[in-house]
Design a protein around this ligand. Sequence first.
Ligand SMILES: [Zn+2]
Length: 119
Amino acid sequence: MSLVQRSKREHCPQCGHVEVQNFLLVQPGEDVQVFVECATCGGFVARYTLRLYTSHDPYRSFLRLMRQRRHASGAAALNESEAFAKKLWEEYRTVKERARVNEETRKLEDLLDEMDGPI
Ligand SMILES: [Zn+2]
């Protein structure tokens, strides 16, 4: 088993297209759930449960993370937020580039099973 980084676009299991739309379910006391639907055929693609959400505004997302950790303050937080945003944009560039150049072809569930290891 290889533990190299992998990247892929989400594909519809029915029609294989990559155009999707997300529906967010936000309920008090529950993790946010993301339901992914194929924008081409309308088929159900997947559901994700969010542990950490990062928007196009990484500073705001970072502040939420700090509130959750209860230690947002001063210059240290600013430096950490800049590092958080830098890492976000690096990962975003990387995931898109890997998907473009060497896209993973296995299903996400297969990759998750691989990461979990043998049963
Ligand atoms: Zn589809």
